[in-house]
Structure formats: C-alpha cells, structure tokens
Ligand binder design. Structure first.
Ligand SMILES: [Zn+2]
Length: 186
C-alpha cells in the first residue's frame, strides 16, 4: 500500500541521500513509484513523501486547494499556471533544486518542498514554502526581483490561525511570513 511506502521513505532520511533513499525504498516497481500521486487538486497531482501529521489529516486535500487558491490570487495567477504539474511534500530537511541542494522548496516545472522547518515539523501546509513556489510558477522571477517576495501580508492575514496538527495533538497554525520571503538575489 502507498501508506507503507510513504512512511518508510519519510522517516529519518538525510537530505544528502534523499533521492537515492526514495528510489531504494520504492524498489520493486520503480516506474509506478517514480510518479505515483496520492491525490489531485484540480489538475495538480499531489505526492506525499512525508509523515508530518498535517499530510495525514483528512482536511489535507482541501487545505492544499485553499492555500493554492489564495497563493494564485496573491500572485495574480490562475489554475492554468499549475495545470499538469505536481507538488511533492518531503519530510527531508531540504530538497534538491538544480545545482542548489539546500533548498526548502523548489520549482522546476514541478514543486517539491520540505514539511520541516530546521527547528520543528510544520503543523500545516500553510506554513510550508508552498505559497513561495507558486509565485515562481506564476511569475517566474528566479532572482526574486518582484517586491511581493518580501511582502506576503495579505496572504498571512488570509491564511493565519487555521487548525494545525502535531504528534501531540491539534494546535493553531501560526504563520511566519519570513519563511516565505526572499530578498532579491544579487
Ligand atoms: Zn524562490
């Protein structure tokens, strides 16, 4: 079952061997494992390689959809910007992104992001860098020149205070715009 694959692929995996570990954990049916999706939101496939409690909550698909909706609105885009793309949630601390191996999130046509902050596991999808990566899907701007990369106030007030999940139980999902922000690259 996919739940077993997800759990074993997620636990204790180091970022440096992230992709190799996924391939090994999934061996036996490499083709199916390389692109299986756990659910779809509109035309977006969502893949869970994480055991973060929020990814197992029954409201997760709806929360992904409403977060994407808000992010698309913030960036002035619509669902066409995400059609046919995938979003993968990883429990590893960082994801590989081109030549950059220490990223919390990546958009390279598809979106990959970690479900962990360096200090703790995120308690909700809204806390991840998803809304940042949606920005790249809508406006590109790899060098972060647009002033909206340092703003996000409208999104914060719209998404803050929803239900969060931890292994200890439910909590409030407090948002930190600094997780989403990025100063212009030099
Ligand atoms: Zn970025």
């Amino acid at each position: 079952m996919s739940d077993g694959v997800r759990a074993s692929a997620g636990k204790g995996r180091m970022w440096a061997i992230g992709l190799a570990a996924v391939a090994l954990a999934s061996c036996g049916s490499p083709n199916a494992a390389s692109r299986h999706s756990d659910f779809a939101v509109r035309d977006v496939s969502v893949v869970i390689h994480s055991d973060a409690p929020f990814t197992r909550a029954t409201d997760f698909p709806g929360r992904v959809e409403s977060t994407l909706e808000a992010a698309l609105e913030y960036w002035g885009g619509n669902w066409d910007a995400l059609a046919g793309r995938s979003i993968t949630f990883e429990s590893a601390q960082t994801v590989e992104c081109g030549s950059h191996s220490g990223a919390f999130g990546c958009f390279d046509g598809d979106i990959r992001l970690t479900t962990r902050d360096p200090a703790f596991t995120f308690s909700c999808v809204e806390q991840t860098v998803l809304v940042h990566e949606v920005g790249h899907a809508v406006i590109g701007d790899a060098s972060h020149r647009d002033r909206r990369w340092m703003d996000f106030h409208a999104l914060t007030s719209r998404l803050d205070g929803r239900r969060g999940y931890s292994v200890q139980g439910d909590e409030t999902c407090q948002l930190f715009p600094s997780v989403w922000q990025h100063p212009p690259d030099l």
